[in-house]
Design a binder for this molecule. Structure first.
Ligand code: DAH
Length: 339
């Protein structure tokens, strides 16, 4: 039995020394010291021993148990320490690795310019109104006094959803919607998307943006129109900017005009920006036609007003010196990040 105990001690020592994990160590403990463990079996067999042998073997067995327990305990702390080291190594943070860059978006240049224009008009007491992009033929053409044979109504120019519904070709229908539900005085601007069946090129896009303006009150004159738009031009393009009004035709205004501003690049002497003329066309405008007022339930004998409409994309292109409208809609961050 002595030999058996020695053997157990030696074997367990070897096993313990080669154990790599705490669970392996636990298996070893069970194998030798557990209820059905090798040492326990030896102790159970003690009954068969003689009276003289029993205490000797008993003492030895206890020594072996203590020794095994000691070995287990020692190796346990070694393994624990090793596992801790391994964990620390695996959790090491390399502070020299470059960080992930945090992408911050940018305001779209069209929004930047729109905000600037809105602020100028809001400073003069205008409110912002919006209308639907899918519009009725009535609001987009009929109520705006467009003759039945007006070329802009053509199927080749306008996106028709059906006979009565179009993608609005201008922001002017918002005038009708506001006049039909609001009593004068009215003083609004209305920015938004418009659609025309145009071929795409550097200056044309089937989807583009306009800003509409409308002022209705008693005693509004062409002088109010010119004064308001002249202030806008000076605030937006610079204090030295001059304005000039050329007669034009729009179905919904009478008289109608187009407004040019003196070239803000060359000051009017002529350059590439103004194609040598010193002037740049900016917007359409006019005194609201009595037919439009009547259609919207406003008495043209009592009230008068002016309206204007400008292309936001075109104005942003001029101001930011962008030479291709398509850049606005391609979502290329390298473009957007420049503004
Ligand atoms: N709706 C016109 C266009 O798309 C622009 C315009 C001209 C709007 C004169 C107006 C206006 O309100 O009075 O060309």
């Amino acid at each position: 039995m002595k030999e058996k105990l020695q053997e157990i001690l030696e074997n367990s020592k070897e096993a313990i020394a080669s154990a790599k994990t705490l669970s392996e160590l636990e298996q070893i403990r069970i194998k030798y010291l557990g209820k059905k463990g090798e040492l326990t079996l030896v102790l159970r067999g003690m009954g068969k021993l003689s009276k003289e042998e029993r205490p000797v073997i008993g003492k030895l067995a206890n020594e072996v148990r203590t020794e095994i327990e000691k070995n287990l305990e020692e190796n346990k702390s070694v393994i624990k320490e090793r596992e801790k080291q391994a964990r620390l190594e695996s959790e090491v943070v390399d502070v020299t690795i470059p960080g992930k860059s945090f992408k911050v978006g940018r305001r779209h240049p069209l929004n930047l310019v729109l905000e600037e224009i809105q602020n100028i008009f809001m400073g003069m007491g205008f409110k912002v109104a919006e209308g639907p992009e899918i519009e009725t033929v009535y609001h987009n053409f009929d109520a705006l006094n467009a003759p039945k044979d007006h070329p802009s109504r053509d199927l080749s120019d306008t996106f028709y959803i059906n006979e009565d519904i179009v993608l609005r070709t201008q922001t002017s229908p918002v005038q009708v919607r506001v006049m039909q539900k609001t009593k004068p005085p009215i003083k609004i601007i209305s920015p938004g998307r418009c659609y025309r069946s145009d071929e795409i090129d550097a200056t044309h896009s089937p989807m583009f943006h306009q800003i509409e303006g409308l002022v209705i009150d008693k005693n509004i004159t062409l002088g109010d129109l010119k004064g308001t738009l002249d202030i806008f031009a000076k605030r937006f393009f610079g204090v030295g900017t001059k304005t000039k009004f050329r007669p034009h035709y729009f179905p919904f205004t009478e008289p109608s005009a187009e407004m040019d501003v003196s070239c803000f690049k060359c000051g009017g002497s002529g350059c590439r920006m103004c194609k040598g003329s010193g002037w740049i066309e900016i917007l359409g405008c006019g005194m609201v036609h009595p037919n439009v007022l009547k259609e919207c339930g406003i008495d043209p004998e009592v009230y008068s007003g002016f309206a204007f409409g400008m292309g936001l994309d075109r104005i942003a292109m001029l101001k930011l010196e962008i030479d291709d409208i398509r850049l606005f809609f391609e979502n290329d961050m390298r473009f957007i990040e420049q503004f």
